[in-house]
Design a binder for this molecule. Sequence first.
Ligand code: AMP
Length: 399
Amino acid sequence: MLPEQDAARRAVESAARSILGGAGYRRIETPTFEHTDLFARGVGASTDIVQKEMYSFEDAGGRSLTLRPEGTAPVVRAYAEHGMHKAPQPVKLWYLGPFFRQEKPQAGRFRQFWQVGAEAIGSDDPAVDAETIVLLHALIRELGVEGVNLRLGSLGTPETRADYREQLIAYLRANEDRVSPEVRARIDLNPLRAFDADDPGTREVMQGAPLLLDQLTAEDAEHFAEVRARLDAAEIPYAIDPTLVRGIDYYTRTLFEFTSDVLGAQSAVGGGGRYDRLAQELGLGATPGIGWAAGVERLLLAGEQRPEPEPVTDLYVAGTDVPAFALAAEARRAGLNVQQELAGRSRKGQMKQASRTGARWVAILDDEGTFLKDMETGEQHELEPTAVVAHVLKGRHFA
Ligand code: AMP
């Protein structure tokens, strides 16, 4: 994060705080690293994240730790460890911070990136699903992201998925001579990933593949219909995508992803889904939940550039000697924004620097006395050193 990106990043944070905070979400920050096991179990052993993207290391005590690759498992852990199941449900939490994945860096894909995310834990009501999507939509819209598409799917229950997985494996085996070697090698490990493949052979095969959406139980189909009815009521446009696949194993039922046309290859802005199986898998007791995460860098890449104005410098103190330093300190104690000379510039250089900082006033302390220059009018007057701060505070122009 470079200084020129600070204002835009703060805009993401304040939009998230206002949209999510306004909907009753409270901010949480989990540790930067956790036990590797949390992610291995929470994200799923067959996922790309666990198989090849985690930064794991052993600490001096021989514990295997991992820089967090995602936020949901840690938030669910915190929910259970801090007794949040005793609070009114669902517990609504949001987070913003850095995440780490060992990936090949490219435009919009980094090894350390920031995510803003939201989790609603403790209810499986379809209204929660729809509300989380509405809130991510609001955040994306507030940040002026262009060319937004929302894809929506449902993964059903683990049982439906297991049956479907067998069917898909059988289908891929029957067609294995037509799919890419990568897909063939992973048929048993992660057959769903075949829907993501780019090569023409696999794509052709997948056009005839069985679809999970056609096989949802009546209950799951009803849940999905209830979510859609609420998105329709909220006037959120979406496309049903029966092939929507996400790289995290613990999703059940609702699944969604927002993309932006302006992002190129890494088009995913943010997405999420329901994870009713996750808490139980972590040994924390069955608790339904749903959440999403959006990439801050991608929100900024695809969003409208609206830098906030820089803070105003009230006073620039020319001079680095002790009296000048004392004056700067006094002005800061009085609540003024002060910059002071720090590089031994000539008087002319100091005045140039003062106008670069956008200073409203400049205090010049030299052998001839103390002078205050009004940078709006160019007027300069001598005054007592003790009177400088009061003058600036009053914002008084000299007559
Ligand atoms: P995921 O947990 O993979 O669904 O990621 C959620 C969001 O985080 C994605 O939609 C991206 O916007 C962002 N994201 C994921 N991985 C990266 C990365 N390596 N670099 C930058 N942003 C990422």
